[in-house]
Structure formats: structure tokens, C-alpha cells
Design a protein around this ligand. Structure first.
Ligand code: PMP
Length: 364
């Protein structure tokens, strides 16, 4: 805090990201990164882009990526927006579509969800209302059919990993559309669910719902958290709204290297299908092993599990795992304080993790 800060800055309560250690070597299961490397074609594209052209500004339209994504998702390039990570796009979406000021209806999101949403709402001075998850930690979209300024949630939800049925999402989009409000579905982890049941993307439905924006990231499924690249797919008018906000802020949010890498990533389905398959297989195996150790494991369609030990608090388990060289994410929040969010590592890393869990809980 400083006397030079304005009132707005003093009133912010920023998001705190998971730890990125620079000293000790940990097995990092705390920020939902992908344990496998990005496609070799991505590395090659980034290396090729690292030349004298870096003196030039990048393409503010992100044409190469938007055309590649349009082909990949069977939409028009005008229905694609590219940004510096999906966090940036979510921040723009709050600013573009949800009304500010004390008289505005609140934007709705789950009480247990991505903890950046209330931060964006506060930043833009948007009133919000947190809708409690059901007893089983699922999102019931009927609870969002009340007067509001719009709604946002991840599918699957984070940190629970539980998917929201597509039919429910579309029904809510219809309800909100009838009152001219936007629905933002944050599909950060959608890829990891489509292999099995649950987790179905709303992208094919954007033409039926002009108020439905889907937000995506290359950080998780494309192993590119370090590149900072996200994108949104929705009706042309929504995309135009995002650009309106972006261009009131920074015309060049995506740099040349990220643009080249992202375009290569979205084209290389076969590589990414294979690593997704591996992550999902590891998740299923890890969930089963944890259940046999007596853990409660929520049914996840993401690249992480939300787990509760039979006899150790969330705080203590997190601390003990850290002692053993594992970083996981603990949220000190009502209802979930005894849960930990554990990102999927490689099979070897998860074997070591399971061994540590068995030892710590005395169930080995
Ligand atoms: N949405 C959700 C639900 C997330 O968990 C994350 C990752 N922290 C993001 C969006 C942001 O991802 P990124 O900015 O890396 O694209």
C-alpha cells in the first residue's frame, strides 16, 4: 500500500497464482501444467519466428492463428479472438459484457470455481453473486436462471474437475439470450473430458446462441503455459466486443513468437490427441489408486483431481507432500479446505505421488 496508489488500486485483491519454484526441485502438481513437452512443430515454428522480424510489431489481427483455429473448429476467423493467455481474454470478457456499477444486476458464477472471476469483477467494479455448488460439488445451471447481469463458469469446473452437461449450458444460454445477457463458458480443461463421457465443448453451438462465448487456452492441453496464449470462439459481435476492449488497452497483446507457436499447435491434432490420451489414462489410474487408499476423489474431466485424504487435513497433507518434494494446490476456503487439487504428472511422477500419499496417511 502506498499513498500514491489510487482508491481503485487500494481496493484490489489480486489473484495469487500457484508457486513457480526457482530453487528446489519439486514435482510440480500445483498449476495444471501438462507434464509432456509441446509438439516439436511448435518449437520449430517459434524458433523460425525468432529472427530479424522481431523488430516489427506482430499482426494485431492474429490472422495466421485465427485462420488455423477457424479451420480446426469449423467456425469463421471472425468468430475467433486471440489473446495473451485465457486470463487476459476473461478479463476482457468481464469488461466487455458485464455491466459495472452498484445498480447493475450481479454477474453469476459458482461459489467454488476459478478464483480469478471475483478478481476481474472487482477490477471492473462489476457486482457479482456466487451461486453455491450442489452438495456433490456439481454446477446446477437452473440456479443461474434468475435476474442477473450474465454468467460465467468453467466447463469442467475448477478446482473440482466436474463437467457441466452441454444441454444444461445451452438451456442457460437460451435463458440469458432472451434477456440479452452473455454466458461465458471457460473451456480451459474441456479437452481432457472429451475422451470419455462428460466435458463436451459448446463451440459447435455458437451459431445458435449469439450470447455464448467459449474461452480456451493453450496452457494445459497444448503444453504451452510458458507461451501465454488463449483464444475465444463465439458470435462475431462478441468477438468485436473483445477487440473493442483490447484496443482500448493494448493493440499487440500477442507477440510474434507466441503467434507462430500457437498457429502450429492448433494444427497438430495427432500429437496433442496422443498426450491428451496419456494424461486422461494417468488421471483414471491415479483416481482409482487414491480411492483404494481411502481418499475421496471427485469425478474429474480435467487434467487434475480434487482429492480429500481419509485422515489428514488439507493443510497438513499439502505441507507433508511439500516436505516429500511435491507441490499441490490447497485452497483455504469453506467446504474445500480439506481438499487438494492435484495436477496430473507423468505416470512415474504419479506413482511417486501415490507412494507418498500412502505413507503420509499410513495406508501404504
Ligand atoms: N481458466 C481456468 C479455469 C484456469 O484454471 C486457468 C489456469 N489458471 C485459466 C483460465 C487461465 O489460463 P491461461 O491464462 O494460462 O490461458
Amino acid at each position: 500500500m502506498s499513498t500514491y496508489w489510487n482508491t481503485r488500486t487500494k481496493n484490489l485483491s489480486p489473484y495469487v497464482p500457484g508457486e513457480q519454484p526457482r530453487d528446489r526441485r519439486f514435482i510440480k502438481l500445483n498449476t495444471n501444467e501438462n507434464p509432456y513437452p509441446p509438439s516439436p512443430k511448435v518449437i520449430e515454428a517459434v524458433q523460425k519466428a525468432a529472427d530479424e522480424r522481431l523488430r516489427l510489431y506482430p499482426d494485431p489481427e492474429c490472422t495466421e492463428f485465427r485462420e488455423a483455429a477457424a479451420a480446426r473448429y469449423s467456425v469463421k476467423p471472425e468468430q475467433v479472438f486471440a489473446g495473451n493467455g485465457s486470463d487476459e481474454i476473461l478479463a476482457f470478457a468481464f469488461g466487455a459484457f458485464f455491466e459495472s456499477g452498484a445498480e447493475a444486476y450481479p454477474v453469476l458464477f459458482p461459489d467454488i470455481t476459478y478464483s480469478f472471476y471475483p478478481v476481474y469483477a472487482n477490477l471492473w467494479n462489476i457486482p457479482y453473486s456466487a451461486i453455491p455448488l450442489c452438495e456433490d460439488f456439481s454446477v446446477k445451471t437452473d440456479h443461474y436462471k434468475i435476474p442477473s447481469g450474465g454468467a460465467v463458469f468453467p466447463n469442467p469446473n475448477a478446482p473440482t474437475g466436474i463437467p457441466v452437461p452441454l444441454a444444461d449450458i445451452l438451456s442457460l444460454a437460451g435463458y440469458l439470450g432472451a434477456v440479452n445477457k452473455a454466458l461465458v463458458v471457460d473451456e480451459a480443461y474441456i479437452t481432457f473430458g472429451s475422451v470419455i463421457d462428460g466435458g463436451q465443448s459448446a463451440v459447435p453451438n455458437i451459431n445458435d446462441h449469439p450470447n455464448l462465448l467459449t474461452v480456451h487456452t493453450l496452457s494445459k492441453s497444448a503444453s504451452l503455459a510458458g507461451l501465454r496464449f488463449g483464444f475465444a470462439i463465439g458470435n462475431e459481435k462478441l468477438i468485436e466486443g473483445l477487440r473493442h476492449v483490447r484496443d482500448s488497452f493494448n493493440s499487440y497483446t500477442v507477440d510474434r513468437l507466441a503467434l507462430a507457436g500457437a498457429a502450429a499447435a492448433v494444427k497438430d491434432f495427432s500429437y496433442y490427441d496422443e498426450i491428451k490420451r496419456r494424461v486422461v489414462a494417468t488421471r483414471e489410474r491415479t483416481a482409482e489408486s487414491l480411492r483404494s487408499l481411502g481418499f475421496n476423489v471427485l469425478p474429474s474431466a480435467a487434467n487434475f483431481l480434487f482429492i480429500k485424504a481419509p485422515n489428514v487435513s488439507g493443510r497438513d497433507l499439502s505441507a507433508a507432500l511439500r516436505e516429500n518434494g511435491f507441490l499441490v494446490r490447497h485452497f483455504n476456503k469453506e467446504r474445500i479446505a480439506d481438499y487438494l487439487r492435484v495436477s496430473m504428472g507423468t505416470n512415474e511422477e504419479m506413482d511417486a505421488f501415490l507412494k507418498a500419499c500412502g505413507e503420509i496417511t499410513g495406508r501404504a
